[in-house]
Write a protein that binds this ligand. Structure first.
Ligand code: HEM
Length: 393
């Protein structure tokens, strides 16, 4: 591919429809790319993204500084492990690891299956289904609310609060005022929840975090609230998009869909491949705490670096025929869950939900074809997902 990468190619409506040719053009022309329009570095090679994810000179949020501000929105975000670096990150992550154990996730599998069955049952005899609205959207929020001990009747409220905060944290600055109100509402809501769980622990992850807080110096109340909100936030939108993007990819590759239908035991490697092929998290933005070299470029202290997971996952230096979907692909060391100390805390849960949802849909509906001719993608750089996915069943 020749020619210069035009600055206007990133984050345009065409880009959101299909970002992969743009990533490939950048990777082939100028793999460590300075984007003049957005004033940031764009990393597109697998090796660069993998190294950057685990590089302590590239920091998230305020880094190791605790932001002392009266602004509740910034206070909460700065106390989330996702926006912290060691030593605070290490302390928060160790506590979360103890609450969010593989065993707790494993124990959720039967419950996830029951929720999926319930949602599919509600579809009834309809001949067209919106995979997002009918399954991919409600499933993860029901699951994470049960894990956090949040009552199902309140889902509508805390889901919309959480959506505002996540949109702001992903760069949608135009909703700052709304996100601030939503964070205040979430804090109020979690305060009551924490008080209830202090009185009567119930064995959920949230309850385990409350016990860690009661222990004194290990987790203060601000950190407890912030990281509970983080679990709620991260616990659903990405999984919704993974199921949606994954079902779309399968429907567009009927040979792979038929293979999975015939051999449902392939679901483990199929979900990894679907995540690699069209991931829900396209990039992670970090800031250079000091000057550093990546490839043959010098990144200045304070500059922003976008580590583009979606580009790394389509790098032909790492994956044979990266643009083809192979549900049995092996090895498949995609970067969708990150790498290093910030590796996704919820990876096992996200995998379990996506595997169960996709296999259950395929088993229940012998015919799955796209209905409607237009797909509408969300237009934010960080997340890739469909607003709706209507199919004939
Ligand atoms: C398929 C769905 C998901 C994807 C693609 C995904 C992706 C990621 C990525 C790329 C990171 C690392 C970010 C970084 O390097 O800074 C991350 C971190 C994190 N994820 Fe996920 N995630 C998913 C689902 C979940 C779920 C279901 C939960 C919780 C229930 C969760 C909780 C977290 C948390 C708490 C972190 C921060 C970890 C830390 O900073 O140490 N994620 N996720």
């Amino acid at each position: 591919m020749g020619g210069q990468v035009q600055p206007q190619t990133l984050f345009t409506p065409e880009f959101y429809r299909d970002p992969y040719p743009v990533y490939a053009a950048i990777r082939n022309n100028d793999a460590v790319h300075w984007d003049e329009e957005h004033q940031l570095w764009v990393l597109t090679r697998y090796t660069d993204v993998a190294a950057a994810l685990a590089d302590s000179r590239l920091v998230r949020g305020a880094g190791e500084v605790t932001v002392e501000t009266d602004d509740p929105l910034r206070r909460v975000l700065s106390r989330m492990m996702l926006f912290s670096e060691p030593p605070r990150h290490s302390r928060l992550r160790a506590l979360a690891n103890r609450a969010f154990t593989p065993r707790r996730v494993e124990n959720m599998r039967a419950r996830i299956k029951a929720i999926v069955d319930e949602l599919i049952e509600e579809i009834g005899g309809r001949s067209d289904v919106d995979v997002i609205a009918d399954l991919a959207y409600p499933l993860p929020v029901i699951v994470i609310s049960e894990m956090l001990s949040l009552p199902r009747v309140d889902i509508g409220r805390f889901k919309s609060w959480s959506d505002d905060v996540i949109a702001f944290s992903a760069g949608a600055t135009d909703i700052e005022a709304r996100a601030r109100n939503s964070v205040v509402a979430l804090l109020e809501y979690f305060k009551e929840l924490v008080a209830r769980l202090r009185r009567s622990p119930d064995g959920t992850i949230m309850s385990a975090l409350v016990e860690a807080e009661a222990d004194g110096s290990r987790l203060d109340e601000g950190e407890l609230m912030a990281n509970a909100i983080l679990l709620l936030m991260n616990g659903h939108e990405t999984t919704t998009d993974t199921i949606g993007n994954g079902m779309l990819a399968l429907i567009q590759h009927q040979d792979q869909l038929d293979k999975l239908r015939a051999r449902p035991e392939l679901i483990g490697s199929a979900v990894e491949e679907l995540m690699r092929y069209d991931g829900a998290v396209q990039l992670r933005g970090v800031r250079a705490a000091q000057e550093l070299a990546i490839g043959n470029k010098l990144i200045g202290a304070g500059q922003t670096v976008f580590m583009v997971l979606g580009a790394a996952n389509h790098d032909e230096a790492q994956f044979t025929e990266p643009d083809s979907l192979e549900i049995e692909r092996s090895p498949n060391r995609h970067l969708e869950f990150g790498q290093g100390i910030h590796f996704c805390l919820g990876a096992a849960l996200a995998r379990a939900e996506s595997q169960i949802a996709i296999n259950s849909l395929i088993a229940r509906f012998p015919r799955l074809e796209l209905s409607g001719d237009r797909l509408e993608w969300k237009s934010i750089p960080v997340f890739r997902g469909l607003r709706a996915l209507t199919v004939y069943v």
